[in-house]
Design a protein. Structure first.
Length: 267
């Protein structure tokens, strides 16, 4: 059995990076060609082809001679936020909002790009809007005194985002801007996983391509339970950690550990 300390093969690293990008809907117009991928990842053609074979085997891409490589749209359900999930399984937003705003005020931000784009199937499913509707896409890098901390991409319906742009995003946390725009923030649904850095993110976070990052997906709702912001955050694990207070709750024969914010809902 291979040692767990051995790095992943290069083709598998490329596969993981491309799979994440496909799930984000970043290749609506088709994947880059083999030569472009070879240049991006500094690898041989055989390595790129092995990565693409894995993606094709999962049904994520279609490769046809003369037509190039295109993404196969994922089902909207794969991007749903779990609206059928009990609200008791979600933490109150108050503490999260306060912590996020506090972090925003204690760090500096560089706005890389702000643009109005059409919603991909993934973005539309998350924000519960029609595919192709206008959304504001903003890309920012947040830093501490030690250097870059996170690469953040946010999607906000254009009807809300018209109240702020590049200048405002460079000065204030986006949750503050949402509330200043008249949004009454209600709750948030967040998932945390892992992802490998692609060439673009690696450059902005000052890490090597293929480095492990913490990947955060956060969907913010207003007090009418309407999605108002979808965030994709990539964090350097050496400069960011996620901390949660846990409490024991439940009957004596079924005690469980839950977050501090949730524990009050069990009483």
């Amino acid at each position: 059995m291979p040692s767990a300390s051995l790095p992943l093969p290069k083709y598998h690293q490329i596969y993981l990076v491309l799979r994440e990008q496909l799930q984000e809907g970043r290749f609506a117009e088709g994947l880059p060609g083999e030569l472009a991928l070879m240049a991006q990842f500094s690898v041989a053609r055989v390595t790129v082809r092995r990565a693409l074979e894995l993606l094709q085997g999962e049904g994520l891409i279609s490769r046809e001679p003369g037509r190039g490589t295109r993404a196969i749209a994922p089902s909207a359900a794969a991007h749903a936020d779990g609206t059928g999930e009990s609200r008791h399984s979600r933490a109150h937003l108050t503490g999260l909002l306060e912590n996020l705003v506090s972090m925003g005020l204690r760090t500096s931000v560089k706005v890389l790009d702000v643009d109005t784009v059409t919603a991909s199937s993934a973005v539309a499913a998350a924000l519960q809007i029609p595919v192709g509707e206008s959304v504001q896409k903003a890309v920012r890098v947040r830093s501490t005194n030690e250097g870059p901390l996170s690469h953040i991409t946010t999607y906000v319906p254009a009807s809300i985002a018209r109240q702020f742009g590049r200048r405002e995003l460079a000065r204030k946390p986006i949750l503050v801007l949402l509330e200043e725009s008249g949004v009454q923030v209600g709750r948030a649904h967040q998932t945390i996983s892992a992802r490998l850095a692609d060439a673009v993110v690696a450059r902005h976070l000052d890490v090597a391509v293929g480095s492990a990052l913490l990947a955060v997906r956060r969907l913010i709702y207003d007090d009418s339970d309407r999605p108002v912001q979808w965030l994709h955050g990539l964090y350097r694990p050496d400069r960011y950690e996620y901390e949660m207070q846990l409490s024991r709750v439940g009957s004596i024969d079924a005690k469980v550990w839950v977050s501090k914010e949730l524990s009050a809902q069990f009483h």
